[in-house]
Write a protein that binds this ligand. Structure first.
Ligand SMILES: Cc1ncc(COP(=O)(O)O)c(C=O)c1O
Length: 403
C-alpha cells in the first residue's frame, strides 16, 4: 500500500524505550573510569586477565586445523558442541555423588550469559534473590534486569555470612536463588569458609532454593587447597564456570552445570538470545582442554604469574597506606581496602586519576551497604613496579583528600 501520509514524526526515545531501559543509567564512576585508559595512568581498576598469559601460539595452531574444516563454521546446537560438553562433564564428574552427563551441561557465551539466563528463567518481578554486599556488578545487573528484589547479606573476612542469611530465612525470607562467588570474590577477594559452605548447602535443601555458584577465579589459587564444591554437597546448585580468566576472555566460552529442568529452560531462553555460542571458539576451547595434562599445565602457569603481583600490592599498601584494613586474598585478582570513615573513595577517585592511577570505589559494588570508605584494587595487569608506584599515587591522592 502506498504511503500517503507525508508528515514525518521525530522519534521520542521516552516512548520507544522500554521501562527497564529508561531506568538504566550509566554511573558517574563508570564515566570517570574511561580516564583509566589515558596514557600514563596505572590502572588498578579493571578485572582483566594478564594478556601475557593468553596461549596465543596454541590457539593459532588449533585455529589452523579448525578452520580447514568448513563444518566447524556451521550453525551449531544451542546446548553447545558435543566435544566441549563431554570435556566439561568429565571435569565436573560428580554432582552430589552422582556422575553427571552432557545433559547437565549448557555452553554459554561467557558466564555473564549464564547469570542473565538463570535470572530470566527463574525470576518474576519482585522475587527475592540473595547476594553478598558488596557484590559483582554483572550479577547485580542481571538479577535487577529480571526484576529481582535483591536481598543483601554481609560479606566479612570469612566470606558470605551464612549466619545472617539463616536468620533471614528463619524470619520468613523465601528466596528462589542465592548467588555466591565461593572463592576469591569479586570485589572483596575473600573466600567463603568450608564451614559456611557446608551450612549453606544444608539451608538450600531445607528452604528449597538454588545456589548459583559462580567461580571464575578458582584456578587462580596462590596458597591453601580448594574447598569441596557445593555441588558435591547438594543437588540445589547451578555451577557457572568460564575460560575467561584461565585461557582468554575474548573467546566468550563458558558453561553452566546443573539439574536437567534448569538446563532445558536455559536452552530455550538462549535460543532466543543468540541461537548458540560461536562454534569456532567452542572448538578452540575444546582443542585447548582436550588433553587434560596439557590443560592442567596451562593452569599451573597462572598462580606463579599473579602471586608476586598480589605480594607487591599488599606490601605497597602496608608501606604507603598503613591506615587501610584488608584481608589478604589467597588467590584471584582483587584486594579490597577499607579506609578510615572520613575517606570518601568517590571523592578520592578524580584526585587519583589526576595523579595517574585508577581504582574502583566501593560504592560501585554496593547493594545497600555504605561502602563509601572502601575501594577495590586489581593486581592482575600491572607489573609489581607499577603496583608499587600506583599505590604511592593513591596514598598521595589520599593526603590531598584529607588536607
Ligand atoms: C564473579 C564474576 N562472574 C562472572 C564474570 C563474567 O565472566 P565471563 O567473561 O565468563 O562472562 C566475571 C568477570 O569479571 C566475574 O568477576
Amino acid at each position: 500500500m502506498a504511503d500517503t501520509d507525508s508528515t514525518t514524526r521525530t522519534i521520542d526515545p521516552g516512548r520507544l524505550l522500554s521501562r527497564t531501559s529508561r531506568g538504566a543509567h550509566s554511573s558517574a564512576i563508570r564515566d570517570l573510569l574511561v580516564h583509566a585508559r589515558r596514557p600514563g595512568v596505572i590502572s588498578l581498576a579493571g578485572g582483566l586477565p594478564s594478556p601475557e598469559l593468553f596461549p596465543t601460539k596454541a590457539l593459532a595452531l588449533a585455529a589452523r586445523s579448525i578452520l580447514a574444516e568448513p563444518s566447524n563454521l556451521q550453525y551449531g546446537l544451542t546446548e553447545g558442541e558435543i566435544e566441549l560438553r563431554e570435556i566439561v562433564a568429565r571435569q565436573h564428574t560428580v554432582m552430589n555423588g552422582r556422575v553427571i552427563g552432557v545433559d547437565h551441561v549448557q555452553i554459554v557465551t561467557g558466564s555473564q550469559q549464564a547469570l542473565d539466563l538463570i535470572a530470566r528463567i527463574t525470576i518474576d518481578p519482585g522475587d527475592p534473590v540473595v547476594v553478598s554486599d558488596p557484590e559483582y556488578l554483572g550479577a547485580i545487573g542481571a538479577f535487577r534486569a529480571a526484576g529481582a528484589q535483591l536481598v543483601p547479606i554481609k560479606n566479612d573476612h570469612e566470606g558470605f555470612d551464612v549466619d545472617e542469611f539463616e536468620l533471614r530465612l528463619l524470619a520468613g525470607l523465601r528466596p528462589k536463588l542465592c548467588y555466591l562467588i565461593p572463592e576469591f570474590h569479586n570485589p572483596t577477594g575473600r573466600s567463603t569458609s568450608p564451614k559456611r559452605l557446608e551450612r549453606l548447602a544444608i539451608l538450600a535443601e531445607r528452604y528449597a532454593f538454588m545456589i548459583v555458584e559462580d567461580n571464575p577465579y578458582g584456578a587462580l589459587r596462590f596458597e591453601g587447597s580448594a574447598a569441596p564444591t557445593l555441588a558435591a554437597a547438594t543437588p540445589n546448585v547451578v555451577q557457572c564456570r568460564t575460560i575467561s580468566k584461565t585461557i582468554a576472555p575474548g573467546l566468550r566460552v563458558a558453561w553452566m552445570v546443573g539439574p536437567r529442568w534448569l538446563m532445558d529452560a536455559a536452552k530455550i531462553a538462549k535460543q532466543a538470545t543468540d541461537l548458540h555460542t560461536p562454534t569456532l571458539t567452542q572448538h578452540l576451547a575444546a582443542a585447548l582442554m582436550r588433553d587434560k595434562s596439557a590443560h592442567e599445565a596451562g593452569l599451573e602457569r597462572l598462580a606463579p604469574h599473579y602471586r608476586p603481583r598480589r605480594d607487591a600490592l599488599v606490601a605497597a599498601v602496608r608501606d604507603h597506606i598503613p591506615e587501610a584494613s584488608f584481608t589478604t586474598p589467597t588467590g584471584g585478582m582483587f584486594l579490597w581496602l577499607t579506609l578510615p570513615r572520613e575517606c570518601d573513595t568517590d571523592h578520592l577517585l578524580p584526585i587519583a586519576l589526576d595523579r595517574g592511577v585508577a581504582f574502583v570505589p566501593g560504592s560501585a559494588f554496593a547493594v545497600a551497604a555504605d561502602l563509601q570508605n572502601s575501594l577495590r584494587l586489581s593486581f592482575s595487569t600491572a607489573t609489581p613496579e607499577q603496583l608499587e608506584e600506583g599505590v604511592e599515587r593513591v596514598a598521595s591522592a589520599l593526603s590531598e583528600l584529607r588536607s
